[in-house]
Each structure stands twice: as C-alpha cells, then as structure tokens.
Design a protein around this ligand. Sequence first.
Ligand SMILES: [Zn+2]
Length: 306
Amino acid sequence: MITAYYHPGYAAPIGKHVMPITKFSRVADALRGEAGVRLEEPRPVTEEDLLRVHTREYVAAVATGEPRDLAESQKFPWSPELYRSVLLTNGGCLAAARRARSDGVAAAIASGFHHSHADHGEGFCTFNGLVVAIDAMIAAGEIRSAAVLDMDLHYGNGTASLARTRPYLFNLSIYGNDYAANTAYRDVRERRHEDGINHRSIALPAGSGRKEMMAAMEAGLELILASGRPDLLIYQAGADPYREDPYSPLDLDHEDLRVRDRRAFEFAREHGLPIAWVLAGGYTEDTSKVVRVHLNTFAAALGVFR
Ligand SMILES: [Zn+2]
C-alpha cells in the first residue's frame, strides 16, 4: 500500500497561470479507489519548520504580502490564502518523507519547490519543501542524511543553493533547461551554475531521448551512492521533460518517463533507500497529459513496491 498525501488546500487562488494548479486535484481524484494507493491529508508545516530553511524576512513577506515584490518573488500573485497553501504543500512533502521511512515508499501529490532559496522564491516555488522536510527530520533525529534525485526539466537551483550549507544533503539535478536568477534557459550548452561536492548536475542536451536520459540517470545514481548511503531519497518526478511541454526541448514520451520512474523506484528498492516522491513541474497545455505522467509514476511505484 502506498500512502499519497493530498489536501484540497494545496491550491492557492492564482488565477489564470501557466502553472496548471488543478492537476493536483485531478491526480488525487484519479487515485481515489485505486487498489494499492491510500490518500491521506497532511498537516501543515510550522513556522519553526520554515525558519530552519528560510529567512524570517521572507517567511513574513509570504505570510503578510509585504513587501509585495518579495512575497511575489516566486512569480505568483500574492493572496492571503497563499501562505496557508504553501504550509500544506510543504506539509505533504514532510509527511511523505516520514512515511517513506516507515513504509519504504510514499508520495506527496504536491510540488517540491526546488527553485526556492533561503531568502526568496523563484519559478513558482515559494518555500523549498524538499529541504524543509529534510531539515525537520534532521532536527528531530529521524535521519542523518538525505539525497534529492531531481528529474524535473529545470535545474534545481534553489535546492543546490541550500545544499551549500548542508553537508548532510546531496542534491542531484538532471535537467534539460538550466535555471538561474529566476530565468529558465533552454540552451544547456553553456552552464549557468556551479556544481559543488554535494550538489551535482547533469545536463541533457536538446533532442535527448530515452537513451541519453537513462545514461545520465545511471551516472547520477552512481553519484548518489558515492555520496554515502542516504537515510532518505526524495525524488522529483517532473512531468515537464515531456516532449509536448512548452518548456521542453527533450524528446521524451509517456513510456520514456515511465521507464525513468521505474528505474528510480528499482534503485531505491535495490539499495534499501526509503523513497518519497513529489510531482514537480508539468505545463503541457492539455493538462490531461500532465496528469497522465503523474499517474504513470504511481503505476511505476506500484509495479516495484506492490
Ligand atoms: Zn520544472
């Protein structure tokens, strides 16, 4: 049985936006009654949880809307509901990470928010739920180390920046769009960021298909193993590498992404690593295709962990 954390309050009212915020409820609805999946509501994270990762000024800006440019640095219109929705979304990450430690696998039907930095948001990412979850578990003594396998289309610049002061965190980003200073770059031939010992990245050039992605993934999984055996693996199962996604220069279809997902879960099982996954990005105009990528990730997990 795989527990998936979902809350209707994940969705903040952001109006018409490239981010298809309805996808979370559509994924949850499709999973209701699915054999092998149990939906649970997470509790929101606390302000204390946020303050391990984010500055007091930034947390206050998102809570109050002032200063507005900081409250909207992630490129969402601020509303009084935004703060509560992000507490719940981060809460889903934390609940899934905790559940993975007991069950071996769990999911949050939510985003990880990998572009979020300590003192501001970027790229639709308000607070970095990946690191908020990891730091909460480190603080509680539940884990001593964690790795993030980030296979969203975009380079996870926020998580990488947070890794710099966290030797217990290993971040691996396999990306087809670089990301720096709140801007995505389709052309990855020039690297716009610097890797460090515990934050590594592998670029997928435009046109990459399954063969290139899987080769990058195998190299990345080796890096995760070489970093030491983490007590927890968080997998960003992005839907935006999909070939029809407006941001994606990659040539990956539904089956290619399912192969990717299956490999992530097989790797976790082979090495006894508890794995929690989050949905991450996905912007294909026909949202049903984004939903399908995310549901395929559940099918892959059920195939490995049933
Ligand atoms: Zn993305």
